[in-house]
Design a protein around this ligand. Structure first.
Ligand code: G16
Length: 544
C-alpha cells in the first residue's frame, strides 16, 4: 500500500511540481530558504514529508511558508513538531535528500524514509499550515497542500499567520486544548487575558503605556491589529511599516539590530519607547533615543536579562526552589554574558545559531531563558516547574506575598509562548515587566553597557567552505583562517570576533566587538578581509 501512495505522490510531483533547480540545497538554520521561484517543488516535497512525519509521530505536524527576515524575493519552508518545536535535527537529512532528488527517484527516497523510520503510510495524518504575507506565499502554500493531499494527509490551512502563531496552534492541537484553544482567536484570548490580569491595578509614574511599533511590513501587521482589539487602553500601540511598504526594507528587527539605526517611517524622539518585529513576527528588539540624542538598542540580550532577573525575583518571593539557566549564541554581547555570570549569578550556556539549538539547551533547566541577540527567544518551564508553580499559586495556606508572587509567575507562563520565540508574546512580557517595575527604557538599559559591536556579510564562492567549532566561535576551515582572525583580534582592547556561514542567506557573517565603535567597525572589516582572502571572496572587498 505504501508503494501505491508513493507512486501517486511522484506522479503529481512530476506533473504539477517538477524539480527545476540544479544546485543542491540543504535544510538550514530555519528550513529551506532561497529565491521564491526555485521553491515550488521543494515545498511540494515538504508537504509529503510533513505527512510522513505526522504518521511517524502519530500527531499533528506543522508546515510554515516564510523567509522571515530575508528580502521579499526570497521565501522558505520549515516543519514543526508536535509540541510546537522545530522538526528534530535527525529528520533534516530526509528533508535535504527529498529536496534534492530527481523527479524519477522520488519514490525511492520516500520508500527509504518509510523503511528507516518504520512508517506505515496507511495510518491517518494531519498537517497544519500557515504562511506569511510575501507575494509568493499563497502559491507555495498551495504546493504544500498538494503534497499533503497526494500523501493522503488531512490539511488544516490556517492561511496568514505569524510563525509563532502556527507553532502555538500545533501545540494546542496535540495537547487537546491543554495549552490553549487551537485557533488564532484562542491565541489572542490566551495572551490578552494573561496580559490584562498582570497589568490590573498597576501603579505607574515613569512607565508610559504607549509603544511605537515597526511591523516590518510583514504578517505581524494584520495580526497586531487583531490583538489590539483585546488589549483595550491598557497599552496604546502606534504602528508604522504596517504593510504599505516593502517587506523588511529599511525596517524590521533585523535591519534595526544590524544597522543599529531606527527604521524608516519612525520619527524617533527622546521619551519614545519603540520596538520592531521581523517579517514573520518571531523576533523583537526595542530601542529609544537617549536624552543626548543617541540611538540606543535593547536587543535580545537585554530582553533575556530583563526576563531572567524578573523571573528570578518572582521565584525568590514565591519561595520556589527551581533552577534557572540562560542560553545565548556567539552573537551575545560580551557585556551581557559577564553581567549574567558575575552579577546575576545565573549559569549561561552558548550554542550554535538557530532556535532549534537554543530551545534544546534551555530544556536542561527548570526554567530556561533563551534568546539570540537578534531578538529571537522565549522562556521554557519544565513540567516539574509548571506543576510546582501552579501548586504554589493555589496553596491557600501561604502568606499573601508568597502566593501573589506564585500567581504572577503562573500568569506569566500563560503570557509566554513556550513553543518558540514570539514577537507579540515577548512584547507583552517586556511591557508587563517594565510596568511592574515602573521603568523607562533608560532604567532597563542601565543594568550593563553593551560593548560596541559590528556585523557584516561577506560574499564568497561557496560559504560552506567555512566550517566552525566551539558553538561557532572558531573556524576549522579554510586552513589558516582562525590563526589569521586570532592575530587580528589580539590587537584590539576587549576584542572578540568570529566568522560563520549563514544558514539562511548565501553569505559568510562576521561579528566583532571592541572597546569603541570605530574599533569594532575596523575589527569586523579586518576579519572580513581575512575571510574574503582565505575563503574565496567575490565582489567588493570589505572596507570601513
Ligand atoms: C533565522 C533563525 C534564527 C537565526 C537567523 C539567522 O531567523 O530562526 O535562529 O538567528 O535565521 O540565521 P543565519 O545567521 O544562520 O542566517 P529568522 O527570523 O530569519 O527565521
Amino acid at each position: 500500500a505504501n508503494m501505491d501512495i508513493f507512486e501517486k505522490a511522484a506522479e503529481v510531483g512530476i506533473k504539477k511540481h517538477p524539480r527545476n533547480l540544479k544546485e543542491e540545497v540543504t535544510y538550514g538554520t530555519a528550513g529551506f530558504r532561497m529565491r521564491a521561484d526555485s521553491l515550488d517543488h521543494i515545498v511540494y516535497r515538504m508537504g509529503l514529508l510533513s505527512v510522513m512525519f505526522s504518521k511517524f509521530r502519530s500527531g499533528v505536524t506543522g508546515l510554515m511558508i516564510t523567509a522571515s527576515h530575508n528580502p521579499e524575493e526570497d521565501n522558505g519552508v520549515k516543519l514543526i513538531d508536535l509540541m510546537g518545536q522545530m522538526m528534530p535535527i535527525a529528520w533534516e537529512k530526509y528533508a535535504t535528500s527529498l529536496a534534492n532528488v530527481s523527479d524519477d527517484k522520488l519514490v525511492d527516497v520516500l520508500q527509504e524514509i518509510a523503511k528507516l523510520e518504520c512508517i506505515d503510510v496507511t495510518k491517518p495524518a494531519t498537517v497544519s499550515i500557515g504562511r506569511d504575507t510575501r507575494a509568493s506565499s499563497l502559491s507555495l502554500s498551495e504546493a504544500a497542500v498538494d503534497g499533503i493531499e497526494a500523501m493522503k494527509g488531512k490539511c488544516n490551512d490556517f492561511g496568514l499567520l505569524t510563525t509563532p502563531q502556527l507553532h502555538y496552534i500545533v501545540c494546542c492541537q496535540n495537547t487537546v486544548g491543554q495549552y490553549g484553544e487551537p485557533t488564532e482567536e484562542g491565541y489572542y484570548k490566551k495572551l490578552s487575558a494573561a496580559f490584562l490580569t498582570l497589568n490590573k491595578n498597576r501603579k505607574v509614574i515613569n512607565y508610559v503605556p504607549e509603544l511605537y511599533l515597526d511591523l516590518a511590513n510583514g504578517v505581524g501587521a494584520p495580526k497586531l491589529q487583531q490583538l489590539c482589539a483585546y488589549l483595550g487602553d491598557v497599552l496604546k500601540i502606534n504602528v508604522c511599516n504596517n504593510g504599505s511598504g516593502k517587506l523588511n526594507y529599511q525596517c524590521g528587527a533585523d535591519f534595526v539590530k544590524v544597522s543599529q539605526m531606527q527604521p524608516v517611517g519612525l520619527n524617533l524622539e527622546p521619551g519614545m519607547r519603540c520596538a520592531s518585529f521581523d517579517g514573520d513576527g518571531d523576533r523583537l528588539v526595542y530601542y529609544y533615543k537617549t536624552s543626548e540624542g543617541k540611538f540606543a538598542l535593547l536587543d535580545g540580550d537585554k530582553i533575556a536579562t530583563l526576563f531572567a532577573a524578573y523571573l528570578n525575583d518572582l521565584l525568590k518571593s514565591s519561595q520556589l526552589k527551581l533552577n534557572m539557566g540562560l542560553v545565548q549564541t556567539a552573537y551575545a554581547n560580551g557585556s551581557s554574558t559577564n553581567y549574567i555570570n558575575d552579577v546575576m549569578k545565573i549559569p549561561v550556556a552558548c550554542v550554535p545559531t538557530g532556535v532549534k539549538y537554543l530551545h534544546h539547551k534551555a530544556q536542561d533547566f527548570d526554567i530556561g531563558v533563551y534568546f539570540e541577540a537578534n531578538g529571537h527567544g522565549t522562556v521554557l518551564f519544565s513540567q516539574t516547574a509548571q506543576k510546582l508553580i501552579r501548586n504554589q499559586a493555589s496553596d491557600n495556606s501561604l502568606d499573601e506575598v508568597t502566593r501573589d508572587a506564585a500567581v504572577r509567575l503562573a500568569t506569566i507562563m500563560d503570557l509566554i509562548n513556550q513553543t518558540v520565540g514570539d514577537a507579540i508574546s515577548d512584547m507583552l512580557v517586556v511591557e508587563t515587566i517594565l510596568a511592574s517595575k515602573d521603568w523607562t527604557c533608560e532604567d532597563w538599559d542601565s543594568a550593563y553597557t553593551d560593548l560596541p559591536s559590528r556585523q557584516i556579510k561577506i560574499k564568497v564562492e561557496n560559504r560552506l567552505l567555512v566550517e566552525t567549532t566551539d558553538a561557532e566561535r572558531r573556524t576549522t576551515k579554510p586552513a589558516g583562517l582562525q590563526e589569521a582572525i586570532d592575530e587580528v583580534v589580539a590587537g584590539y582592547k576587549h576584542g572578540r570576533a568570529f566568522a560563520r556561514p549563514s544558514g539562511t542567506e548565501d553569505v559568510v557573517r562576521v561579528y566583532a566587538e571592541a572597546d569603541t565603535q570605530a574599533n569594532a567597525d575596523k575589527l569586523a572589516c579586518e576579519v572580513g578581509l581575512r575571510v574574503y582572502n582565505l575563503a574565496r571572496g567575490i565582489g567588493e572587498k570589505p572596507s570601513v
